[in-house]
Design a protein around this ligand. Structure first.
Ligand code: EPZ
Length: 457
């Protein structure tokens, strides 16, 4: 449990030490999807009955969402990878405290459920983060269209249902961009509204389909999830259910990329292969051999050819795998171009990879990569979840040892990452340094020079 003052030193006093030029071999078990489990936890607020979630990954983001639900009065029993959630005593007298929701964007997705169930909601603005400004205008505009009155004061979003009968009303919503979070917020809000809601230009991510599957088990009437136009016929009440979280396609893709980058052969399972089609297609184009059998994928890394990637909403290439794939392309034969189209600031790993000897020219959100023979191990600081995963892949590829700091990002989204890599044959250990860096010694920059040369633990 990270709490209180330790939290501040948590990420400064831990690093992953990686011996480079590793090989992976064997079978790795994929955990439940972080971005599904988080929204399913928010959706549990829509019923007074018990929701049992299985295959929930043990991550700091999940822990944070658990604290938020408990703050609202939810009774949450954490049975390792299973959560029992009981929202019958939820009260929303005061707003969620900023320190609870800060840094967990998914906490904002509670607003749709709280508003629809209780007629009002007060949730702090989620704020930006390392990868971009993360606006919420699509959430707000959609909730207003459903009949909510919304004011934002002193960073708190205060929403209430205008109509006396305290119910949102169905309507037609056209999103300006297929926002995952906004689609989820509006599906949850519309599920208890009066009448039909259609959401056009809806996001189609598997995590949204997982949410709709659970809501329909709870008695919601949602059609065509996973398509661009979703239909929700509001109902009066939603009941409890048990639901198993889908496998994490981003974790799965990260392991596939690590295998491709090291010329390794591994099997990942359980997965839902069509959740990874854009990724497996690009890995095959780049030279890996992919075999799909039921709910497992086997990859045999061979040569690595440079390929071009444009990130896109599902079913396109996922933005969450852009950084790990960039690490792979640093040692490809030939050139590649990686374009990040979703977030405005998701290239933080580029200059770190260049410090390791990669040859990448960055022009705004476009990385032009010339493959090099090898990169060298270094001490590096990850600055967001997925760029930290990219640095670990780079550390595995590199010649020599690396130390990756900034594990508070990594632990948000990858369950037991280093133990899974260790089981696959990678020499990787988590070091708990005897003392944490004092603030002046350790700036959260990506410049390894900032890491004081210190004795390892
Ligand atoms: C979800 O974030 C995921 N997080 C992200 O995963 C993922 O990268 C992202 O979807 C895209 O797939 C969770 O599910 C908890 P968006 P979300 O709203 O919902 C713009 C990870 O690494 N936009 O689809 O915040 C926005 O600026 C995380 O696991 C608006 O303009 O993403 C961005 O450019 C990172 N107005 C684009 O849409 C809005 O109201 C996509 O954002 C909302 C979004």
């Amino acid at each position: 449990m990270i709490c209180g003052s330790e939290k501040n030193s948590y990420f400064k006093s831990q690093n992953l030490k990686i011996l480079g030029q590793g090989k992976l071999n064997g079978i790795v078990e994929i955990s439940g999807a972080k971005n599904s489990a988080l929204v399913l936890m928010a959706a549990s607020l829509l019923t007074n009955e018990r929701i049992t979630l299985e295959n929930v990954p043990r991550l700091t983001d999940i822990e944070k969402m658990g604290h938020i639900l408990k703050y609202l009065g939810v009774n949450l029993v954490d049975k390792n990878n299973k959560l029992e959630i009981d929202s019958k005593n939820v009260s929303i007298t005061e707003e969620l405290p900023y320190e609870l929701v800060n840094g967990l964007r998914a906490s904002f997705f509670c607003i749709g459920a709280l508003l629809s169930k209780f007629g009002k909601a007060k949730v702090p603005l989620p704020g930006g983060c390392n990868i971009g400004s993360r606006p919420i205008d699509e959430h707000i505009n959609g909730l207003k269209a459903l009949g909510a009155e919304i004011i934002i004061k002193k960073g708190i979003v205060v929403a209430k249902i205008k109509e006396k009968k305290n119910k949102l009303h169905g309507t037609h919503i056209k999103l300006k961009c297929p926002s995952v979070g906004a689609t989820e917020t509006l599906i949850m809000a519309a599920s208890l509204a009066e009448g039909r809601t259609t959401i056009e230009n809806a996001a189609r991510e598997p995590e949204i389909q997982d949410l709709c599957q659970m809501l329909n088990k709870m008695g919601a009437r949602i059609y065509d999830s996973g398509k661009e136009k979703i239909i929700i016929d509001g109902v009066n009440k939603l009941v409890g259910c048990a639901h198993k979280v889908i496998p994490d396609r981003i974790e799965a893709g990260t392991f596939l990329i690590a295998a491709a980058a090291t010329g390794s052969s591994i099997t990942i399972s359980p997965v839902i292969p069509n959740h990874l089609e854009a990724v497996t297609n690009k890995l095959q184009e780049s030279g890996s051999k992919i075999t799909i059998k039921g709910n497992s994928i086997t990859i045999k890394g061979k040569e690595i050819r440079g390929v071009n990637i444009d990130t896109a909403p599902f079913p396109g290439f996922p933005t969450d795998l852009q950084a790990p794939f960039t690490a792979l392309m640093t040692i490809a034969n030939g050139e590649s171009k990686i374009t990040e189209t979703i977030f405005e600031n998701r290239m933080n790993h580029i200059h770190l990879l260049n410090k390791m000897g990669a040859s990448i020219k960055l022009n705004k959100n476009v990385a032009h990569i010339k493959g090099v023979k090898t990169i060298k191990g270094m001490d590096l600081v990850g600055s967001d979840l997925r760029s930290s995963a990219a640095l670990i892949i780079a550390g595995i590829i590199a010649k020599g040892n690396s130390k990756i700091y900034g594990l508070e990002h990594l632990d948000r989204g990858y369950e037991n990452f280093e133990s899974k890599l260790k089981m696959l044959g990678i020499k990787i250990t988590r070091e708990f340094n005897k003392r944490s860096f004092t603030e002046k010694e350790y700036k959260i920059t990506s410049d390894p020079e900032d890491i004081p040369k210190r004795r390892a633990a």
